[in-house]
Design a protein around this ligand. Sequence first.
Ligand SMILES: NC(=O)C1=CN([C@@H]2O[C@H](COP(=O)(O)OP(=O)(O)OC[C@H]3O[C@@H](n4cnc5c(N)ncnc54)[C@H](O)[C@@H]3O)[C@@H](O)[C@H]2O)C=CC1
Ligand SMILES: O=C(O)C(=O)[C@H](O)COP(=O)(O)O
Length: 312
Amino acid sequence: MGKILITPRGYAKYGEEYKKQLEAAGYEVDWNDTGKPVPREVFVEKAKEAEGIIVGVDSCNRELLLQCKNLKSIVKFGIGVDNIDLPTCEEMGIKVGRCVGTNSNAVAELTVGMMFACARDLVSNAMDVKNHEWVKPTGFELYGKKVGIIGFGNIGKHVARMANGIGMQVYCYDAFPVKQEVLDEYHATFTTVEDILKNCDFISLHVPLTEETKDMISTEEFKMMKKTAVLVNAARGGIVNEHAIYEALKNGEVKAVASDVWTTEPPKDEDWIQELLAMKNFILTAHIASRSQEAEINTVKRSTEVMLDNLM
Ligand SMILES: NC(=O)C1=CN([C@@H]2O[C@H](COP(=O)(O)OP(=O)(O)OC[C@H]3O[C@@H](n4cnc5c(N)ncnc54)[C@H](O)[C@@H]3O)[C@@H](O)[C@H]2O)C=CC1
Ligand SMILES: O=C(O)C(=O)[C@H](O)COP(=O)(O)O
């Protein structure tokens, strides 16, 4: 009997019915219902036996894949496949699937929430109040401001839709041309990354992590931004150079940075990172953008469908 390994915790929360579908198709399903990440050595041992793996952020690198002689399909429980060695999968004939669009709205809502939080110092003010400091910072409104969306895919478009509702001016850039009717639908103006960096009040990143996007925002790019700019990264750690965030905030080059992601999650215990985390105008969340009930339920359903399609 073929085995399917499922590691994301979200699957076990909502997946009873979908696990049964996989079993009815003749597979033995091993899912992670511990509520904790699967320890690496356990993941490796189980992956070696599996025909299919539904995976969140566990690394499916070449070293692992070469040991997975039965593996026919990996399905990302989400969208970003930077943790999966795609060339090795191709070489070994392993099909890789994603759950396109299932978490886009959730990520966009967190992104826009971060924009509001940065503009009005919500996190730092709430912390001040918890520390018995009744202080009143003056922030600014999103209405009428320019938002620059880099990566105009599923999430980028949801952010644009929300920005339209707020009354922001929407600018976007993508590596691929965006049709005029799509730009019209989102009241968006296609422009360059440089224009977004220099002129936008809010800059939001929604590109995958690739060789091209690694360090896309670093020291030079921060220096191009307005001193009042807010940068939000709910895409991937490594797209923004993290030491450059520290330098830019320390030197007052931008108003605030919010990130849901980090190169090494959780961040390492280094002095400069601790200093950055203590800054009032820096927000880091624990890669939670896709963690809404709605997105998790959509993703359980879709990851099951994609796995069954791939294995048939
Ligand atoms: N924080 C979180 O929990 C989550 C983060 N993500 C991240 O968000 C990223 C985007 O997700 P979706 O919008 O669903 O993907 P998508 O594939 O719909 O959109 C990505 C867009 O980026 C564009 N792009 C690719 N390389 C580019 C480059 N070098 N320069 C400019 N544009 C480029 C693509 O053409 C595409 O339009 C994912 O790859 C993933 O890393 C996704 C879901 C959850
Ligand atoms: O879809 C993506 O890309 C993501 O970043 C995932 O949704 C996040 O993965 P988990 O931490 O939920 O396994």
